[in-house]
Design a protein around this ligand. Structure first.
Ligand code: TMP
Length: 208
């Protein structure tokens, strides 16, 4: 079985964490050796950077600073965790990756895309995901879900950015889907959990 790098993207409250767990169980049943990880995070240093990004005042970082912090965390995560796992033949499931920087800091935050392109080339380079599932959902529903879940209450800095930010974010992810239709696949996250899990499975099965 060859190593596969699969990433999960989308707005707040789109259910990707639940679906990663569901997919992981199915892949493990089929004998895949998995690494499940997340961004920003996945190493102690990257988790420390995550805390700086997801908490505190909404306007504490400029979009460029956010892009740099996310890429500092990503560099640690790639070098110390993702690349070694892929090299040893493991399948990596990552909750958010480079497309989140493009969508959150670029499309929604207004950070210059050329700046983000350069970071992507310099840090991600050839280690682009084999498959990216983009969970699409009306942000009004996603934000309400995230709020009612009340999880990670201290991690709500982006949730507090307001609906207009989250609408631009959704458009950004849809544009990423249009630009890279081979790598990126849309998942309709407005369906119930079982239906989403079936869609995810049929896309992943096709990629295996
Ligand atoms: P999560 O809550 O989905 O785990 O993600 C943490 C937050 O960080 C989420 O609001 C999206 C944001 N984020 C960025 O803004 N840029 C990035 O590059 C990444 C990976 C996440």
């Amino acid at each position: 079985m060859s190593a596969l790098f699969i990433t999960f993207e989308g707005g707040e409250g789109s259910g990707k964490s639940t679906q990663i767990r569901r997919l992981a169980a199915r892949l493990q049943d089929r004998g895949r050796d998995l690494l499940i990880t997340r961004e920003p995070g996945g190493t102690p240093e990257a988790e420390a950077v995550r805390t700086l990004l997801v908490s505190g005042d909404v306007a504490r970082w400029t979009p460029k600073s956010e892009a740099l912090l996310n890429y500092a965390a990503r560099e640690q995560h790639l070098e110390q965790v993702i690349l070694p796992a892929l090299a040893s033949g493991r399948t990596v499931l990552c909750d958010r990756f480079m497309d989140s920087t493009r969508a959150y800091q670029g499309y929604a935050g207004g950070c210059d895309m050329g700046f983000i392109d350069a970071l992507e080339r310099g840090i991600v380079g050839p280690t682009r995901p084999n498959l990216t599932l983009v969970f699409d959902l009306d942000p009004a529903i996603g934000l309400a879900r995230a709020k009612s879940r009340g999880d990670a209450i201290a991690e709500d800095r982006y949730e507090r950015k307001g609906l207009a930010f989250h609408q631009k974010l959704r458009e950004g992810f849809l544009d990423i889907l249009r630009r890279e239709p081979k790598r990126c696949r849309l998942v309709d996250a407005s369906q119930d959990i079982e239906a989403v899990a079936e869609d995810v499975w049929s896309i992943v099965e096709g990629a295996l």
